[in-house]
Design a protein around this ligand. Structure first.
Ligand SMILES: *Cc1c(COP(=O)(O)O)cnc(C)c1O
Length: 505
């Protein structure tokens, strides 16, 4: 196989960047990967059919490649990525748990996979029943009165939830109110969602234990505050033990409490946010409920609400009348429609399958094992690595690069070195309140052996940092692409092929 290497002269990086010849560039005239029946009409050259003044330039013909060339090209490309099906993926807060294949089987059942959203409800009864059941299961799991499955992602669920809160305040108080309180440990989508709706996001400091104090909320709370957004356990992996008291403080001033339930892994089947004073919450089916993510979607971020907020849910909602299910559009107080059709239905089938397969006991066991795995990793690593917060963490644990200060090795170097050991790096430099954070969430789906292998890799990296820091800074050396300039890769990504394509360094 031919490979090409280009010098990577980007400042701060070194080495070569591998460039796979594109399928166009492998084209050999006359080769074909298909055997089609004869067209039955005269074959013409498009260049002869289209008037010259309408052409931007000469017509390039489709590449000519044999089938095995095409298959090998794309399979090889797919293998240059890390995935949860190929290895451990301890990305904190993102919950990269293994996606059981039985979910895929269910989502591909023809009755689900081929259901067209324009079919009349009489022909969609099974689909609507599944949605209705899932709405109810999520309401039960979260401790809420009602659920909408429409939002397409966690951030979309946040937007839906805040729109519901906004509609509630407008209805009750004649004003949407002005501010949303958000702890400094929150996921970045929280202030973004608030700002998108015109709210001022007010940051609340967490204390030295990584927790929100009731007094801090009380001081910030007034009648301009629409809501407090909390994540519990928070993104530091720490349970906000004052949550009930905090909710009372917010409610006393007419505010509502938004729960960011993207990651329910620590409390699934153990505690219900609705019972703790949360009024609105979204779930990420693509985190807690094992629908695949990481490749850019599709996701699903259903939102659940307390009874007083039910009228504002996005429409339509699935309702049951007698034995029949239908979509109810007649909801005058609804915030409206958020998504084409009814949401990402394939994700609903996967999450529903997951919940049914595990059942009540299984969901609880999931949370227990997620916490146990994080505790075990914490124990295995804490001799070498500095733990950001002393108090107990639940489903995820945050280390920092503090113990490597004198070596010059940073969190980013550690993350890159893990790639050479065959592991996806954890979440790094987040939450922002922790300097040099390495945020590890093993999830419940990993075995003791995998956790121990990861700990051994972390130990090897720690020792190499002490003895050969310069060597470590060259990592990763094993994957096809060496260390990239991350800022450029993010800000100036090259996502399209062009005829004069060049590596842009
Ligand atoms: C992942 C996550 C989100 C955002 O979810 P998306 O589906 O990526 O939009 C919000 N909050 C928390 C705590 C998260 O972990």
């Amino acid at each position: 196989m031919s490979q090409e290497f280009f010098p990577n002269t980007s400042p701060g990086t070194r080495g070569l960047v591998y460039r796979e010849p594109l399928i166009f560039e492998r084209s050999v005239p006359g080769r074909s990967g298909a055997s089609l029946p004869s067209a039955g009409v005269p074959e013409t050259d498009p260049a002869d059919e289209i008037p010259a003044e309408l052409l931007r330039g000469p017509i390039e013909h489709f590449p000519s490649n044999s089938e095995n060339e095409v298959v090998r090209h794309y399979v090889r490309l797919s293998q240059t990525n890390h995935s949860i099906d190929t290895g451990f993926y301890p990305l904190g807060s993102c919950t990269m748990k293994y996606n059981p294949k039985v979910n895929e089987w269910a989502a591909r059942l023809p009755g689900f996979a081929n259901a067209h959203p324009y079919l009349p409800p009489e022909q969609l009864q099974g689909v609507l029943e599944l949605m209705w059941n899932l709405q109810n299961l999520l309401s039960e799991i979260g401790g809420f009165a009602a659920t909408s499955l429409q939002p397409a992602a966690g951030a979309h669920g946040e937007l839906a939830g805040l729109m519901i809160i906004r509609a509630y305040h407008l209805d009750r108080h004649g004003t949407p109110r002005k501010k949303v309180l958000i702890p400094d440990s929150a996921h970045g989508t929280n202030p973004a969602s608030a700002a998108l709706l015109g709210y001022q996001a007010v940051e609340l400091p967490s204390n030295e234990k990584g927790m929100l104090e009731p007094e801090v909320v009380a001081r910030a709370m007034d009648e301009d505050v629409a809501a407090l957004m909390v994540t519990n356990p928070n993104t530091l992996g720490i349970f906000e033990t004052h949550i009930k008291e905090i909710a009372e403080i917010v409610h006393a001033k007419g505010g509502l409490v938004y729960g960011d339930g993207a990651n329910m892994n620590a409390i699934l089947g153990v505690a219900r946010p609705g019972d703790l004073g949360i009024d609105v919450m979204h779930y990420n089916l693509h985190k807690t409920f094992s629908t695949p993510h990481g490749g850019g979607g599709p996701g699903a971020g259903p939102v659940s609400v307390a009874a007083a907020l039910e009228p504002y849910l996005p429409r339509p909602v699935v309702v049951k009348e007698g034995d029949a299910f239908r979509l109810d559009f007649d909801r005058p107080k609804s915030i409206g429609k958020l998504r084409t059709f009814w949401g990402n239905f394939g994700m609903m089938v996967r999450a529903y399958t997951y919940i049914l397969e595990l059942g009540r006991e299984g969901l609880r066991r999931t949370a227990e094992l997620a916490v146990l795995n994080a505790q075990y990793l914490r124990k295995l690593l804490e001799a070498d690595w500095h733990v950001a917060y002393e108090n107990p963490s639940l489903h995820e644990v945050i280390f920092t690069d503090r113990n490597l200060k004198e070596t010059g090795v940073t969190t980013m170097d550690v993350a890159k070195a893990l790639i050479d050991h065959g592991f996806h790096p954890p979440t790094v430099y987040f939450p922002l309140v922790v300097s040099g954070a390495l945020m590890i969430e093993p999830t419940e789906t990993e075995s003791k052996e995998t956790l121990e292998a990861f700990a051994a890799a972390m130990k090897a990296i720690y020792e190499r940092a002490k003895t050969d820091p310069e060597g470590l800074k060259r990592a990763p050396e094993k994957p096809v692409v060496e260390r990239l300039d991350e800022a450029r890769a993010a800000r100036k990504p090259v996502l399209r092929w062009t005829p004069d394509f060049e590596i842009p360094f």
